[in-house]
Design a protein around this ligand. Structure first.
Ligand SMILES: [Zn+2]
Length: 312
């Protein structure tokens, strides 16, 4: 028990130290909240401010599809008033734990619950299952901010006005960010807007900003890329002279390297355009420490690599 307690303290310290957007230390008696991914933690932290004491379960660069909660995690979750998670099966191995938390009286909040179902994309080959990577469409992520705002106000009505005003400010920031993304993408010739990545995380991004999107594996990283899929994608890249493909910070670069070799075998040189932050934020000291920073970093990486002359 003592060891778990120390572990919890160490994690809390790490989260506090790493939270670039967190304004101040939590007020005494602040609402205890745990978020699963760094992306959800950033969102809840922006709206909760000093009125919550926030811990993030997964660190930067951690793949949420494969994350298995430890005994220490279960203890941390049990000690919280509420758990905020992405939902739509992003945290694929945590469903049991969420159900257990409900039984223990901990409120669980899926921040994607506020997104109208008509806006969700159905996963290829899985009828009725929605793609969880909604945050890549900044205008959809605004609904998640509303979800976090309303849940915090319900849990802690005394601070409802503060949650509301922080959410208003953040929603305005997100609207501006969405506009910035559209501007940057508009500068890239339309035929260059093809995004090839390790897993199918960018479908919402593609729909929102007009990119054709190809992932080597499906919406979860739990699957391995089949050789036939690698060859087929390599053929498409060589034929269309796509200048760059991208690795992801939370996924092994192995499959993207194999794809690059398969393209080279067809006599075309495709560049590795850089590393995109897909399912986790970057290092606390880096440019992708926040959601907005992650979006900007990805857009810079994508637009500069795809603007290069193919094969050059
Ligand atoms: Zn993913």
């Amino acid at each position: 028990m003592r060891r778990l307690f120390l572990l919890g303290l160490a994690l809390a310290a790490a989260v506090t130290a790493g939270c670039g957007s967190g304004p101040a230390a939590p007020e005494p008696g602040a609402l205890r909240v745990v978020a699963t991914t760094t992306i959800v933690a950033d969102l809840v932290g922006r709206i909760g401010g000093e009125d919550i004491e926030l811990q993030s379960l997964m660190g930067p660069g951690v793949d949420p599809h494969l994350y298995k909660p430890s005994a220490g995690d279960v203890w941390r979750l049990s000690a919280a008033r509420a758990v905020f998670y992405n939902g739509l099966h992003l945290e694929g191995k945590m469903g049991e734990v969420f159900a257990e938390m409900n039984r223990r009286g901990v409120t669980t909040v899926a921040v994607t619950d506020c997104i109208p179902e008509s806006e969700l994309i159905t996963s290829k080959g899985f009828a009725g299952i929605h793609d969880p990577h909604v945050w890549f469409d900044v205008s959809l992520w605004r609904h998640a901010a509303e979800c976090a705002r309303d849940a915090l106000a319900d849990l802690d009505p005394d601070h409802a006005a503060a949650y509301q005003s922080r959410a208003d400010a953040y929603l305005a920031e997100l609207a501006a960010l969405d506009g910035w993304v559209r501007e940057r993408v508009a500068a890239l010739p339309e035929e260059r807007r093809v995004l090839v990545t390790a897993h199918d995380a960018f479908t919402y991004f593609g729909r929102a900003y007009g990119f054709e999107v190809r992932g080597l594996v499906g919406v979860s990283t739990a699957a391995e890329a089949a050789t036939a899929d690698v060859q087929q994608l390599a053929q498409l890249i060589a034929e269309r002279r796509i200048p760059a493909i991208f690795v992801e910070s939370s996924v092994s670069p192995r499959s993207i390297r194999a794809l690059r070799e398969a393209v080279a075998a067809r006599g075309f040189e495709v560049a590795i355009g850089g590393s995109l932050y897909s399912d986790a934020l970057g290092d606390p000291a880096g440019p992708a420490a926040t959601y907005a920073g992650m979006v900007r970093s990805n857009i810079e990486t994508i637009t500069s690599a795809l603007a290069e002359r193919a094969g050059g």
